[in-house]
Design a protein around this ligand. Structure first.
Ligand code: SF4
Length: 241
């Protein structure tokens, strides 16, 4: 009987062969239309697993119904990601026991890209393939930590697809050894989000650049005030010399 590693390996090889034989490239894919909406969203009581890597203020704002506003280049990147993701799912569909399964608890909700037996897969497209686990964006670890917590599955696989060459793929397996650690990471962030009070925000993330919640963020405003205050102090002290 085939084990999960073998099934994932076969699915990836099948996809690689498929895109190479048909010369499928990103610029030949039809990108879904992605636009910013300004309509307020419904308030949510759960955090979306795919948002868990964001700043806690951004997550709270989104839960309160503020609509994210993405910059043009981010919208394009998201559309490309969706197109590659859909391509991979449709070509490898036969390998998976489930696709886009939804899991939920009282604080989190998430959809896994696919499941094979007791393992989930998470598809990512990127312009630079990670060579080792340390190269993977930290925000992705929160997302998979949330999936481990929600699904109770034993293992998970990241499948990274190179945007410049869709047949260039790297797979990372996350097994028992990291499962508990990732769940703890997710739990800690969930706690942080639920204890973030938007009327008295003090958190300032180091990822404000490009944040889709900047338009509604009081923490950013405070940060600006503080920086300007510090700058004033510095200028004054220079003048006093
Ligand atoms: S602008 Fe910065 S502090 Fe505000 S929500 Fe975004 S990342 Fe967080």
């Amino acid at each position: 009987m085939k084990n999960t590693d073998m099934i994932i390996g076969e699915a990836v090889e099948f996809f690689k062969k498929y895109v190479m034989e048909r010369n499928i490239t990103l610029d030949r894919l039809k990108l879904p239309e992605r636009k910013n909406s300004t309509r307020p969203r419904k308030k949510k009581t759960q955090i979306n697993a795919s948002s868990l890597g964001r700043c806690p203020v951004a997550i709270r704002l989104e839960m309160e119904g503020h609509t994210p506003q993405f910059e043009e280049f981010v919208l394009k990147r998201m559309a490309e990601g969706t197109a590659i993701h859909d391509l991979f799912q449709s070509i490898t569909e036969r390998y998976w026991d489930g696709i886009e399964e939804r899991y939920t608890d009282s604080q989190l909700v998430g959809h896994i890209d696919g499941r094979v037996g007791n393992a989930f897969i998470e598809i990512k497209s990127t312009s630079t393939l990670p060579q080792k686990p340390e190269d993977i964006f930290p925000k992705y670890w929160y997302q998979v930590g949330a999936y481990f917590r929600l699904t109770g599955l034993d293992s998970g696989y990241f499948i990274f697809i190179d945007k410049a060459d869709l047949s260039n793929i790297r797979v990372f397996r996350m097994g028992h050894n990291v499962k508990d650690q990732l769940i703890q990471l997710a739990n800690k962030k969930v706690e942080e989000v639920f204890s973030t009070n938007l009327t008295d925000v003090s958190f300032v993330g180091n990822h404000c650049n490009g944040c889709p919640m900047r338009h509604a963020c009081l923490a950013l405003e405070k940060h600006k005030e503080n920086s300007i205050g510090q700058l004033d102090k510095w200028i004054n002290s220079e003048q006093n010399l």
